[in-house]
Design a protein around this ligand. Structure first.
Ligand code: HAS
Length: 594
């Protein structure tokens, strides 16, 4: 393989990356950075998952207490959400993005950029973790106002997000442009397109979040302001917050489109369909945030309906994915000898330990969970049905089959895969690694059904119902009809944790195994079955322009309404102190010197 001038220069300045065959060998600083970007969030994830177990047991009334090991319910819920949904996902997206760009473009990453990104992300995470662990930032992972955290939480989160963007701006875009100059007539590799779409989306949605953090949250937290406009904060947060879920989802979709077909034994059914799906996500992921605010006063119903319509549009790329992935699976299964209308299902490598095929189990389990996540998401999106499920346990079921389902399973599978490759070892305890996703899937199917039912019965989310509605001694609130399904939910959650522990054994074994080959980055990238040139999906520019226009159309008036109608007088921030919400003003009064 030809080694380019730029590459040689980067080796000369110390970027220890070299290449052999189709794999890319990563050594030195880049290898350390990639490995730690996978391992640091994994260590935090252990705490995140265990706190999840506490939540589900507390909600079923099996643990009846306001706290556990000194961590109160809402503090634990904040840690659970922030670690699992923000820290783990962001670190993984950056590590995976780095690995994909290295492997597909065959151009080196800059060590300085990667170190700067690493330091910001790790430093930011530690700051935010300190604030949460010491009870100074019990604001939940949707940290919009009027809940206020200690300033270190906001600064920590900001550093994490800035750090996550450095590789995109300083490594990936320059490398893509250089690749384009070298290959003027070639199509951008599909995985690269998916990754660039994902981080373009990420950059665009961090901007409104930055506005509420810098101009609302920090001044309030530092005491420079005493009143807030919570409506504006929520609107800006959800501008970020819904597209955030697609920032989690797209790395999974990259794996489903580029790797799953090969693991199944076949080819990607349609390359243009995959590209169209990624580009539709860019277009529709952002202008849908108001579907989190259907019940919010101050925003006109016409604009909510517009966002509801666009929410149905953002389901479209997932329907395309369902079709393309199913067709790719069928193609693979038929290559393996599968026959008949459904008979081919039995020819997929569900339990295969051969080579990398164990990874298939993570993707298929995730896909099955995502069927539940998709259906419940469509229910949520409906303006009228949302009123039945909003703020109930139903929503918790929905996101444990989306971000807690397909996303987490594909991230865990890929973490194990990359750790093995980067360490030059075989995956250890493969039977446990194979059992893990199925246990997780089974656990969360049970969990989802149970929480959907209790949600429809009216059980609220984000509430320690074990010490209120499910406490038989509480004559006023007790709801015995929620008890059975809450216990079923706890069973599902516990089963998923058993799956996670099986995974931990395999990952730790792999992490400490003796290397048997040179460390490398390699992916099982599938060829495409249908690959007709389709101009619509080749050029990114018109898609970015249309995206910006649709955002402007969909958000200008709601932001204006939020600024003019949000409460801005006598509206303090609130802090969560020992399960009570305390207005900041009251806190200041209490701490005033005589
Ligand atoms: Fe959502 C709330 C609507 C997708 C995550 N969502 C949330 C929250 C989270 C979340 C975390 O409209 C809670 C936020 C909070 O804390 O308040 N969501 C949707 C819709 C979709 C959707 C329409 N959500 C996701 C994804 C997430 C995620 C993805 C994480 C990664 N969601 C909502 C709404 C709310 C909401 C409202 C607010 C609710 C409220 O009132 O608070 C769609 O994108 C879903 C489309 C998906 C599909 C499924 C396609 C199926 C596939 C599998 C195919 C399977 C195969 C296997 C091929 C249409 C791709 C075959 C098997 C063989 C064996 C052959």
């Amino acid at each position: 393989m030809q080694i380019t001038g730029d590459y040689l220069k980067s080796v000369a300045v110390g970027s220890a990356q070299s290449r052999s065959g189709d794999a890319v060998q990563a050594t030195g600083a880049i290898r350390f950075i990639l490995l730690s970007q996978l391992i640091i969030p994994f260590i935090l994830l252990i705490l995140g998952v265990l706190l999840g177990l506490y939540q589900v047991l507390a909600r079923a009334g099996i643990i009846r207490s306001a706290d556990i090991f000194g961590i109160n319910y809402y503090q634990g819920l904040t840690l659970h959400g922030v670690i699992n949904a923000i820290v783990f996902t962001t670190f993984f997206a950056v590590a995976f993005g780095n690995a994909i760009m290295l492997h597909q473009l065959k151009r080196p990453l800059k060590v300085g950029v990667q170190w700067a990104s690493w330091l910001l992300m790790v430093g930011g995470t530690l700051m935010a973790a300190w604030a949460m662990l010491t009870g100074r930032a019990t604001v939940l992972y949707t940290f919009y106002l009027p809940m206020v955290a200690h300033w270190t939480f906001y600064v920590g989160a900001t550093l994490l997000l800035i750090g996550s963007l450095l590789p995109y701006f300083l490594d990936w875009i320059p490398n893509t442009l250089a690749w384009r100059r070298e290959n003027p007539n070639a199509k951008l590799p599909l995985a690269v397109l998916g990754n660039l779409v994902n981080f373009t989306l990420w950059f665009l949605i961090i901007l409104p979040l930055a506005v509420t953090v810098l101009f609302q949250m920090l001044p309030l937290s530092l005491g420079f302001a005493s009143e807030v406009n919570p409506l504006l904060s929520r609107t800006l947060f959800w501008f970020f917050g819904h597209a955030l879920v697609y920032f989690w989802l797209l790395p999974s979709y990259i794996m489903l489109y580029t790797m799953l077909p090969k693991l199944a034994g076949g080819k990607l059914y349609s390359d243009p369909a995959a590209r169209l799906a990624f580009l539709l996500f860019l277009l529709f992921s952002i202008p849908v945030g108001l579907h989190h605010q259907y019940t919010e006063g101050g925003l006109s119903s016409g604009w909510k309906l517009w966002h509801a319509f666009l929410t149905f549009m953002v389901a479209l790329p997932s329907f395309i994915t369902a079709f393309t992935v199913a067709a790719s699976l069928e193609h693979g299964a038929r290559q393996n000898g599968g026959q008949g209308l459904f008979g081919w299902w039995s020819k997929l490598p569900y339990w295969s330990r051969e080579g990398d095929k164990w990874l298939f189990a993570y993707f298929i389990s995730g896909l099955i969970l995502f069927l539940f996540g998709g259906i419940t998401g469509i229910v949520n999106a409906s303006y009228s049905l949302n009123l039945v499920v909003h703020n109930t346990a139903w929503i918790v079921g929905h996101f444990h089959t989306t971000v807690g389902g397909l996303v987490t399973l594909s991230f865990l599978g890929m973490t194990l895969y990359l750790v093995a490759r980067l360490r030059g070892v075989d995956v250890k305890a493969k039977p446990l690694a194979l059992a893990a996703p199925y246990l997780w899937m089974l656990g969360f199917v049970i969990f989802e059904i149970a929480l959907s039912i209790t949600g429809l019965q009216g059980a609220p989310r984000r509430s320690n119902i074990g010490i209120s509605y499910l406490d038989p001694s509480n004559e006023l609130l007790y709801r015995p009809d929620w008890l059975f399904w809450s216990h079923v939910g706890a069973l599902g959650g516990a089963l998923a944790v058993v799956g996670f522990l099986s995974y931990v054994v395999s990952l730790v074994g792999t992490l400490f195994a003796k290397p048997v080959r040179a460390p490398e980055i390699d992916f099982p990238i599938a060829e495409a079955l249908h690959d007709t040139p389709t101009p619509l999906v080749v050029n990114l520019r018109p898609w970015v322009t249309a995206t910006l226009a649709l955002i402007a159309i969909s958000y200008t008036y709601p932001v204006y309404e939020s600024m003019t109608r949000g409460v801005i007088t006598k509206s303090p921030g609130y802090q969560s102190i020992e399960n009570n919400l305390v207005p900041q003003e009251a806190l200041r009064e209490q701490t005033k010197l005589p």
